[in-house]
Write a protein that binds this ligand. Structure first.
Ligand SMILES: [Ca+2]
Ligand SMILES: [Ca+2]
Ligand SMILES: [Ca+2]
Ligand SMILES: [Ca+2]
Length: 698
């Protein structure tokens, strides 16, 4: 039955009226894409779907404020298509440089995410004509050059002067800024070339940070030089913005050691370009730093460095020793001293071919986890790890890890069960046997504990008085945790209530939260935090409390179709005026089913007077495929439901059927939704009153 429904919604997706007012803006690019600390500047936000009635700008991370510059629209145009909007961005002098999530809030809802780069140097935007060496645009350094590969075969030339012996870094951000762009699909792949005044290539870089180039070059001779920016394939796209930070300051790519303790004095060695003669700093990271990846500025003598990622841990930190540690079997047979877990190992693959081994002791049936933190902190290492015994046999190995829907080149052996009492070795090397100063790593070695991760689909909830919003929450259970999870939400603004569901102790069942705005609710906009709590019974019978904060997932459009997800910084809740759907009425919200029984909810949609486009009803998050299903196990949406409301229809039905084998369950929260397709993979979802489904004993 599910297959038939899928086919229907696919049809609906391709025929839905694009005239729907309910489309939230999908941000495509910012122009220029960078803003300088300590300044206020105007930039243009480009979008799909109108930003008409834009009200505010949200930027994550602190120190950056945005406001809308009201666009000029024709007086008689009631629905102007504002797809380029000027905004004013003010950046505090002490704002942390780096990438922020930016959204525009409009009366049609809060937008998807765009990426804004905060930089230290003046921003220079490319001129209209810079496509040849003859037309090269003169720039004064230091600067952040912002441009766009706006058309196929676009070449952008910039010319600058250097002194003899001057060194410059060129740090490009373009491809990395595009992952979270909802509707961009194809991404840029920039290449950077430095030419002398005669046009000869003297240096080039292509892929250093993902597809983005980075280059540090010392100019032996004074004079004029050229910077050429292009897509390596000569492709172009009006939304492929880039920023090139060009300066002579230190650029810290990474540090050694990577793992540090908060509140304790640390001695860190900077790794990067244009570093001070002594790149070692001694300082005490703030006590309040939360465990995990933190971006810190290193206190060099002359000035602080650019922010660099470190791994803050509360576990004992162990340093790789200078002794030979290349051969696990040798270490094990020589009875080398063993690490005791838990701990974090700090090490480095110093040269090509280097292999690092660490002996640890474990008891039979210990459950151990080894997680590498390297590439995620800008180390050059593409780690691969394995555990070996004293005969040199590989017991378990891993190259790349996956967290939710996203992967990393860092390695992770999770919940390895020790086969017998004894000593083992964890071995780490580069996947391609490369090595060097910047191949640093930390390995977090722990006893595997039960826990869970939560993912919220999507990253924004737009709701109106009379038309509720729903958020789906999915779980990843780990290390033997199988229980139910109660959902919670923090930061809900006044006038909005949240009915928080639960995730049942069954792999196939997700959870949801239904948000409702009172008729008096003001135009609230607020970041919210979705949490889950659970109780886990340990093997020894002791009960432990577990909790997790949900990662907000923004939906993205895969090249060629298909719905994908990227984590973003915040989930935003926004109360907006009602548009195409003014109300959703249900004949019943408390559904009690006996095994084998069906019940029908009559659904009445109040449409806006001129809104005739298709509306599809659902009780799951389904779009081309199933993304979330909160129905109790054994309860399904019956095929005789009338879910497609076409030609302005307002009446539908949802019939829920409990299988004969359905097990009893009390009041499971289900989001009954009315959906309007925006494009092939995205729709706007509105929710009815919370529906509770109970399965009684037969
Ligand atoms: Ca250009
Ligand atoms: Ca590239
Ligand atoms: Ca080493
Ligand atoms: Ca790897």
């Amino acid at each position: 039955m599910r297959r038939l429904l899928l086919a229907v919604s696919l049809f609906a997706a391709s025929t839905a009226a694009a005239s729907a007012q309910t489309a939230f803006p999908m941000l495509m690019s910012l122009k220029p894409v960078a803003v300088q600390v300590g300044t206020t500047s105007e930039i243009t936000v480009n979008s799909r779907y109108s930003m008409h009635l834009a009200e505010s700008v949200l930027v994550t991370g602190g120190g950056v404020l945005g406001e809308v510059v009201p666009p000029e629209v024709k007086k008689d145009d009631k629905t102007p298509n504002v797809v380029a909007l000027k905004i004013k961005i003010s950046v505090a002098a002490d704002a942390l440089p780096g990438v922020r999530d930016l959204r525009v809030v409009t009366a049609h809802g809060v937008s998807t995410v765009a990426q804004l780069v905060v930089v230290e140097d003046p921003v220079v935007a490319e001129q209209a004509k810079n496509d040849s060496i003859a037309e090269a645009q003169a720039i004064t350094l230091p600067a952040t050059v912002c441009g766009c590969f706006e058309k196929a075969e676009d070449l952008d030339f910039f010319k600058f002067n250097v002194e003899a012996g001057q060194s410059l870094v060129f740090h490009v951000r373009s491809q990395r800024l595009q992952d979270r762009i909802h509707d961009l699909q194809a991404h840029s792949d920039p290449i950077l070339t430095i030419r002398n005044a005669q046009g000869s290539t003297i240096a080039a870089a292509d892929n250093v940070f993902h597809g983005d180039p980075f280059l540090c070059h010392r100019f032996e001779q004074a004079g004029e030089y050229l910077l050429e920016m292009r897509d390596v394939r000569y492709n172009g796209n009006q939304y492929w913005e880039y920023a090139v930070e060009i300066h002579s300051r230190p650029f810290v790519r990474s540090v050694f050691p990577l793992a540090i303790a908060a509140g304790k004095e640390q001695r860190l060695s900077a790794i990067g370009s244009q570093l001070p003669a002594d790149p070692v700093v001694t300082f005490t990271p703030l006590n309040e730093l939360p465990p995990g990846i933190n971006r810190l500025r290193l206190p060099f003598v002359e000035r602080t460095s650019n922010p660099v990622a470190t791994f803050v841990t509360t576990l004992p930190v162990v340093m790789e020793s200078a002794d030979d540690n290349n051969d696990a079997t040798k270490l094990l047979t020589a009875q080398a001293s063993a690490l005791s877990l838990p701990c974090v190992i700090n090490g480095r693959i110093e040269q090509p071919g280097d292999v690092d081994c660490f002996v640890f002791e474990a008891k039979k049936d210990d459950k151990l986890s080894f997680e590498v933190k390297a590439r995620r902190l800008q180390s050059e290492l593409d780690s691969t790890i394995r555990i070996v015994n004293d005969r040199g046999a590989t017991l378990v190995e891993n190259d790349d890890l996956r967290l939710g829907k996203r992967g990393s080149q860092d390695s992770w052996i999770e919940t390895w069960t020790t086969p017998a009492d004894g000593k083992y070795a964890i071995e780490i090397r580069d996947m391609h046997l490369r090595g060097g100063d910047s191949f640093v790593y930390a390995i977090e070695c722990t006893h595997a504990r039960p826990y869970f991760n939560l993912y919220a689909d999507t990253d924004k909830t737009n709701l109106s008085p009379g038309v509720n919003g729903v958020m789906w929450v999915k779980v990843e259970r780990k290390n033997g945790f199988t229980g139910a999870i109660q959902l919670h939400v923090d930061g809900v603004p006044e006038g909005i209530t949240a009915e928080c569901g639960r995730i049942l102790p069954d792999k196939s069942v997700d959870g949801c939260i239904v948000f409702k705005a009172t008729p008096e609710a003001s135009r609230a906009v607020s970041p919210i935090v979705i949490r889950g709590t659970a109780v886990h019974a340990q093997a020894d019978g002791q009960m432990v409390e577990l909790s997790a904060i949900a990662v907000p997932y923004q939906e993205t459009y895969n090249p060629g179709g298909g719905r994908n997800h990227w984590p973003v910084d915040q989930h935003i809740l926004a109360v907006i005026p009602p548009h195409d759907i003014r109300g959703i009425k249900l004949s019943a919200t408390d559904i009690k089913l006996k095994p084998g029984e069906s019940k029908t909810i009559d659904v009445t949609i109040e449409r806006a007077p001129d809104f005739k486009a298709n509306i599809s009803l659902d009780v799951t998050m389904t779009h081309l495929q199933l993304f979330a299903d909160t129905l109790p196990p054994g309860v399904t949406l019956d095929g005789k439901s009338k879910t497609l409301l076409s030609n302005g229809a307002t009446q539908g039905t949802i019939t829920l059927t409990a299988a004969k084998t359905a097990t009893p369950i009390e009041r499971q929260l289900v989001g009954l939704t009315a959906n309007i397709s925006l494009n092939f993979v995205v729709k706007t979802t509105f929710c009815a009153e919370p529906v509770f489904v109970t399965v009684d004993n037969p």
